[in-house]
Design a protein around this ligand. Structure first.
Ligand code: NAD
Ligand code: FES
Length: 281
C-alpha cells in the first residue's frame, strides 16, 4: 500500500513521485491536498496533489526539500512505501461547482510560482478538458528551477514564463508579467494564484489594482489536517478559518497575508536546528 512506483527530480530540490493509492485517486479533485507519513513515528507532511489517475489507482505528489521531513520524503526510492497517506483533504476548487455554460464564459489566468506550479496543473487540466479558456504564468527564480513547462503547455491556450534573473522568458516576477499581459490587451475574468505566500500577497494586490477576482491556495502549517488542532488557522474576511477544512483555497482579497506569513515562520528556528542536528548525526 502507498508504494512509490515512479520518482523523478524536476530540479535539484523538487521531486515528483507517483504513488499507489487507489481509494484516494478515485476521490481526488483539483484544489485538494494530502498528508503523508514516511514511517509510523514520522511527521505528518501536507503535500500537493499534482495529478491523479482513478483507473491506475495512483496519485502524483510533488515535494520540495525544505526541512528534515521533506528531505526524508525525497530520499525515498521507487519500491519504498509510505506508512500512511491521508486524503484527499480540503475543499475542491470552487469553480467545480459552477455550471459548465457559466464557466465557459470565463477566461482564467493561473499565476504559478516555483513549486506552487504543481497544484496549478490539475486545475488547469480540469478546466482545459472542459473547454474553458485558461492561460498560465509560471515564475521561478531561474530558468533551471522552472517545473511543469511541457505538462502545463498541453493544458492551456497560452503559457507565459518569467524568471527573476531573466534567464528564461520575461525578466521579472509574476506580478510584473501579469500587469504587462493585461496592458497588452489580454482580458481575464478570474485569477488563481498558487506559490509562496509572499507571491500570493503581491499577486492579490496586483489583481485588486486590475479589478480581477483572485483565488489563492494557502500552504499553512498543518498537523492533523482535519480541523482539530488549529495549526492551520488563518484570518479570512476578519474571521478565523482553518486552511485544512475551510480551504486551502480562499478569496485572496479577504486573506490576512501578513498574519499568515508570521504564523508560517514561527518554527523556522526549530526547523533550522533540526536540519543542523541531522547534518551532525
Ligand atoms: P520562489 O521563491 O522561487 O518564487 C516563485 C516565484 O514567485 C518567483 O519567481 C516570482 O515570480 C514570484 N514571487 C516571489 N516573491 C514575489 C513577490 N514578492 N512579489 C511578486 N512575485 C513574487 O518559489 P519557490 O522557492 O519554489 O517557493 C517555495 C514556496 O512555495 C515554499 O514556501 C512553499 O511552501 C510554497 N508552496 C506553496 C504551495 C501552495 O499551495 N500555495 C504549494 C507548494 C509550495
Ligand atoms: Fe489542524 Fe487544520 S491542520 S486544524
Amino acid at each position: 500500500m502507498y508504494k512509490i512506483i515512479k520518482k523523478e527530480m524536476l530540479n535539484p530540490t523538487v521531486c515528483r513521485m507517483v504513488v499507489e493509492a487507489p481509494r484516494l485517486a478515485k476521490a481526488a479533485a483539483p484544489g485538494q491536498f494530502l498528508i503523508v507519513l514516511t514511517d509510523s513515528k514520522g511527521e505528518r507532511i501536507p503535500l500537493t496533489i499534482s495529478d491523479y489517475d482513478p483507473e491506475k489507482g495512483t496519485v502524483t505528489i510533488v515535494t520540495q526539500k525544505i526541512g528534515v521531513s521533506s528531505c526524508n520524503i525525497v530520499a525515498m526510492e521507487c519500491g519504498d512505501s509510505f506508512a500512511g497517506v491521508v486524503g484527499p483533504l480540503g475543499k475542491a476548487s470552487d469553480f467545480m461547482e459552477m455550471p459548465l455554460e457559466e464557466l465557459r464564459k470565463e477566461h482564467f489566468i493561473f499565476i504559478a510560482g516555483g513549486v506552487g506550479t504543481a497544484p496549478v496543473y490539475p486545475q488547469a487540466k480540469w478546466l482545459h478538458e472542459r473547454g474553458v479558456a485558461v492561460d498560465v504564468i509560471i515564475g521561478a527564480k531561474t530558468g533551471d528551477l522552472l517545473i511543469y513547462k511541457e505538462e502545463m503547455a498541453s493544458v492551456c491556450s497560452a503559457l507565459h514564463i518569467c524568471t527573476d534573473d531573466g534567464s528564461e522568458g520575461f525578466h521579472g516576477m509574476v506580478t510584473a508579467l501579469l500587469e504587462k499581459l493585461v496592458a497588452e490587451g489580454r482580458k481575464y475574468t478570474r485569477a488563481v494564484a498558487i506559490g509562496p505566500m509572499i507571491m500570493m500577497k503581491f499577486t492579490t494586490l496586483t489583481c485588486r489594482k486590475l479589478g480581477l477576482p483572485v483565488t489563492v491556495s494557502l500552504n499553512t502549517l498543518m498537523v492533523d489536517g482535519t480541523g482539530m488542532c488549529g495549526a492551520c488557522r488563518v484570518s479570512v474576511g476578519g474571521k478565523t478559518r482553518f486552511a485544512c477544512v475551510d480551504g486551502p483555497e480562499f478569496d485572496g482579497y479577504e486573506v490576512d497575508f501578513d498574519e499568515a506569513m508570521r504564523r508560517q515562520g514561527q518554527y523556522r528556528t526549530e526547523e533550522r536546528q533540526a536540519i543542523e542536528n541531522q547534518g551532525r548525526a
